[in-house]
Design a protein around this ligand. Structure first.
Ligand code: ADP
Length: 497
């Protein structure tokens, strides 16, 4: 089975969030299970070609894109420690940029054209390389256009005659919304700007187009696959998703335990496992040292590693942070995002120099020290399709506090509800008062019931959140597509129109 996996970011080459982690790990497990994986991503400026030993395999190939002709280069490398080939669509005009999607909080104005080029060039390169795809597996809006091209421009192309599509929704909050005039930048040969196709409240919506045209859809946790069919979580696409509910599945993301495991992590101060939890202390010591805090064994360290955007719960955090910082705790934030949130955090860090450190950058090494050295991990997201950071914190014995939504609901169990399996704490109402009460509940346990605290830590560390089970579910979806080869294509667009 030949699967073409398209993603705008892939760890370790380029990353802004969880999508990159998934794209850098799931294909390895699938390949090991016998599926033939090929990843395509843009050749973003900061990808180090020497470090990853990337080779140029196509030079200045001229592609016919709609009415235009453009040149492209193709580099190739491998996902580290694997045989999974990664192809990098190289076009300076589009991808030689400081950011992946934006700079200084502003999206690049030509994002529609940039990712249209990526999607179409990837499909054209498949033809040149003669890699016949059984399934093109797309991720989020940036790659949705590949599905649309396959079902329109290429619908009668013999090379893609047997190609099916799967669209994975990692984050519905980002839909690829563009002004309707941009339709001309999408290299389409027919006008798809209509309410049953790409039109969405007077704009182009690329994710909607992907959902309408794809054969199957999945999102990244079971709970979220239900949630997105509701007004509260559907981000305006609940209607379209409900119409496609028979083709919509939920598969929880996994965690790459080769990368994220305190028992083998080379980058933390001291390795540890569930049976040597006392060895977490040197990591806390190191974290305090790195943050210029005195080490106090019994003072809880609370941390957040997150994009600094409202949906990650920063309204709640910012509202309650002064109150939290008056408690006997240390608080560490690592993240980048909206300038307003960054400056509010920075102001508080100046106000509470003995309690709060704010690191406004992307730094995976520091993230590892934080996961290993903290006691409590906050992830108060309003919605969370799956969430990787709580899975990492669970593996590192750092007890998460969250609101039970999406993948958080599927991976965290409140220890006060289930002592045997509990691994964290939930606040049931999305209010700042419930949030702070839950933090106090956790702190009370931390200080007064060490046995229960260790039980929560060990339950989290023993939980199997690897890709093994989830990769099997992806294979089942792929097989479903292969069986239904002739049925799905026609029915999906019909279901919407
Ligand atoms: P999302 O994909 O919505 O950003 P996830 O929880 O699914 O959220 O994934 C976030 C990933 O990015 C985690 O691996 C987390 O550790 C990492 N991360 C987020 N911000 C930073 C940062 N500033 N520095 C290092 N890693 C970060």
């Amino acid at each position: 089975m030949n699967i073409i996996y398209l993603s705008s970011e892939v760890t370790p080459f380029a990353k802004t969030g969880g999508l990159a982690d998934v794209a850098g790990s799931l294909p390895k497990d699938l390949q090991q299970a016998g599926v033939n994986m090929h990843i395509f991503m843009p050749n973003h400026k900061n990808i180090d070609k020497n470090k990853f030993n990337l080779k140029m395999i196509l030079r200045k190939v001229r592609l016919k894109l709609g009415k235009k002709t453009k040149e492209v280069n193709l580099f190739q490398g491998y996902l580290p420690d694997s045989t999974v080939p990664v192809y990098f669509i190289d076009k300076e005009l589009y991808f030689n940029r400081k950011g992946l999607y934006q700079e200084n909080g502003q999206d690049y104005p030509d994002n529609a054209e940039r990712f249209a080029f990526f999607c179409l060039a990837a499909l054209e390169c498949l033809k040149i390389l003669n890699i016949k795809p059984d399934i093109v597996h797309c991720n989020d809006w940036q790659t949705s256009l590949s599905i649309i091209y396959l079902k329109t421009i290429f619908k009668n192309t013999p090379f893609f005659q047997n190609t099916k599509t799967l669209l994975t929704l990692h984050n519905l909050a980002y839909q690829g919304l563009f002004a309707k005039e941009k339709i001309n930048d999408l290299f389409l040969t027919e006008n798809l700007y209509s309410p049953t196709k790409l039109e969405f409240y007077d704009k182009i919506n690329l994710l909607k187009g992907g959902i309408v045209y794809t054969d199957l859809i999945n999102t990244v946790s079971k709970t979220h696959s239900q949630e997105i069919q509701t007004k509260k979580f559907g981000c305006g696409l609940d209607g379209v998703l409900t119409q496609r509910k028979d083709s919509l599945y939920g598969i929880r993301n996994g965690l790459d335990y080769l990368t994220w495991n305190p028992a083998t992590d080379q980058n933390i101060a001291q390795k540890y496992d569930p049976d040597s939890l006392n060895l977490k202390a040197p990591n806390k010591q190191k974290l305090m040292q790195l943050n210029n805090f005195p080490y106090q064994e019994h003072t809880p360290v609370i941390s957040i590693i997150s994009r600094l955007v409202p949906e990650k719960g920063f309204e709640l955090i910012l509202e309650k942070l002064p109150e939290i910082l008056n408690m006997d705790i240390k608080f560490i934030v690592l993240g980048q995002g909206l300038p307003k949130i960054e400056s509010q955090l920075q102001k508080l860090a100046e106000q509470f120099p003995e309690k709060l450190r704010v690191h406004l950058k992307h730094d995976e090494n520091l993230a590892r020290y934080i996961y290993a050295g903290s006691d409590i991990f906050l992830i108060p997201s309003k919605f969370e399709p799956c969430g990787l950071s709580q899975m990492i914190s669970l593996k590192y014995g750092t007890v998460p506090i969250a609101y039970p939504t999406g993948g958080l609901k599927d991976t965290i169990i409140d220890i006060d509800q289930n002592y045997e399996k509990g691994n964290g704490y939930f606040f049931q109402n999305y209010t700042s008062s419930d949030f702070i009460k839950t933090l106090q509940r956790a702190l009370h346990c931390y200080h007064n019931d060490k046995i229960k605290w260790i039980q929560a830590q060990r339950n989290g560390m023993f939980q199997d959140l690897s890709w093994t089970a989830s990769a099997k579910e992806y294979i089942k979806l792929y097989e479903k597509l292969m069986v239904n080869k002739n049925v799905a294509t026609k029915s999906c667009v019909k279901a919407i129109s």
